[in-house]
Write a protein that binds this ligand. Structure first.
Ligand code: HEM
Length: 438
């Protein structure tokens, strides 16, 4: 792997959507004030300002398979109804992932777009997808999860016991990030003292330059090369071990279908696991605190009956939908709800909208911790790409809430949350809280 580190030119150039350019079109605050053709839910500012809800509501009601085209990005359709999303997600022969899972042109193209541009199995079709997924999926299989539960609980307790009671602090930083980072370090058997590097690399991998995380494409490239170099070293050490460890790097370095991966595939799969296990869980941990504060009657219900935690966890994940969409590409011409989709068109499955579709989910705009069938949501996707870490994520959230309830009568939100400017990761960047010990 080591020669790969020198191959800087192999890191693809990150992309840029018009909404991220120096001169973006004005943000549409009221979607009912414009012709429907002008609605374009890819604009990350809608999510940053938390004003995307009515955009999706209008699309679900008036144009559930909605067309947009952007220079340099191409033709794409926004699917906003639960059943349509399910149809595309479970029909992997008709709708491919191999051209990428975010909007925009792919590696090899010189057009800028919003793509997470590395080769990994989330952006592959069968049979390669299945081979690579099955090589790493053991790490989140039930026996490993059971082993991890003890370590995760220990780490959660440690984090919660050290919170500054009586002070105002950013929950995102001290709890959500710290905890998910510690869990990732466990998964990779990553040097514990360097664990914040994982958080940084995850942020850098998903954030286009100029949106607050990195300033330039060069800076992004440099940091991802540092990530590759670091993991290459770990890879070489683990590959040399006769008895492979049960961490993810060892699994990849010894797996017969992954051990000869190209550097960019290697980096791609690592980033997939880092981002997959990081941003999503982090934002669900923050979102739960926020949702309970916005819905005090639900917080009362929870305090009265902690056995609701597993159900609440599913509801939090629906409520937040940490990844608002995934993209597919049509392999052939197809008609959905009367719309003529052409082969090569991009389709965005807006999970964040399907999760608020009242045709499938009762009172979808309400946060209800004892909601029946709470796991019937789209946040983990469906089909062959359904989230590999879904049980791990749920376990983590369950443990966090079990331990919070043992310590605090309330985690009180005391400021307005700040959110990420992205339509791909629905993130909370700052959540000022005060904890009230029992
Ligand atoms: C609340 C937390 C999480 C959410 C909401 C989430 C969401 C998703 C979604 C939407 C997909 C794509 C599904 C599709 O295309 O049908 C996905 C795939 C994936 N997730 Fe997660 N995820 C979470 C946590 C995790 C964790 C903790 C891991 C770490 C192991 C992880 C690893 C992956 C991987 C490896 C894939 C690719 C699966 C494939 O392509 O076969 N995720 N996740």
């Amino acid at each position: 792997m080591s020669e790969a580190v020198a191959q800087e030119e192999a890191v693809p150039k990150p992309m840029m959507s018009p909404f991220l350019s120096d001169n973006p079109p004005p943000v549409i605050e009221d979607p009912y004030s414009v012709p429907i053709e002008d609605i374009n839910v890819i604009d990350g500012r809608l999510f940053q300002q938390d004003i995307h809800w009515d955009h999706f509501k209008r699309l679900r009601e008036e144009d559930p398979v909605h067309f947009n085209e952007l220079p340099g990005i191409g033709r794409y359709w926004s699917l906003t109804k639960f059943e349509d999303i399910m149809y595309v997600d479970t029909n992997h022969e008709l709708f491919s992932s191999a051209s990428g899972i975010t909007l925009g042109p792919q590696v090899g193209s010189d057009i800028d777009s919003d793509e997470l541009r590395f080769s990994n199995f989330i952006a592959m079709d069968q049979p390669k997808h299945d081979l690579q997924r099955s090589t790493v999926s053991g790490v989140v299989a039930p026996p490993n999860l059971k082993k991890m539960e003890l370590i995760i609980r220990e780490r959660v307790c440690n984090i919660l016991d050290n919170l500054p009671a009586g002070e105002t602090f950013n929950w995102v930083d001290l709890v959500s990030i710290e905890l998910t980072t510690q869990m990732l370090a466990t998964l990779f058997d990553f040097p514990f003292e360097d664990r914040r590097k994982l958080t940084r690399w995850s942020d850098v991998a998903t954030a286009p330059p100029g949106t607050g995380i990195v300033d330039t494409a060069e800076q992004r490239q440099e940091e991802l090369m540092e990530c590759l170099a670091y993991f290459t070293k770990l890879w070489n050490e683990r590959a040399a071990q006769e008895v492979p460890g049960d961490d993810l790097v060892s699994m990849l370095a010894h797996g017969k279908d992954t051990k000869n991966m190209q550097p960019y595939e290697f980096l791609g799969n690592l980033i997939l696991l880092i981002v997959g296990g990081n941003d999503t869980t982090r934002n669900s941990i923050s979102a739960g605190v926020l949702a309970l504060n916005q819905n005090p009657a639900e917080y009362d219900k929870l305090r009265a009956d902690p056995s609701l935690i597993p159900n609440m966890v599913a509801e939090i994940i629906r409520w937040q939908t940490p990844l608002p969409y995934m993209r597919r590409t049509a392999n052939e011409d197809v008609v959905i709800r009367g719309k003529q989709i052409k082969a090569g068109d991009q389709l965005l499955m807006w999970y964040v909208s399907g999760n608020r579709d009242s045709d499938v989910i009762d009172r979808p705009d309400e946060f209800i911790i004892d909601r029946p069938k709470a796991r019937h949501h789209l946040s983990f996707g469906f089909g062959i790409h359904r989230c590999m870490g879904n049980r791990l994520a749920e376990m983590q959230l369950r443990i966090v809430w079990e331990e919070i309830l043992k310590r605090f009568s309330k985690v009180e939100v005391v400021g307005e949350p700040e959110r990420l400017r992205s339509s791909f990761v629905r993130g909370i960047t700052d959540l000022q809280v005060r904890v009230h010990p029992l």
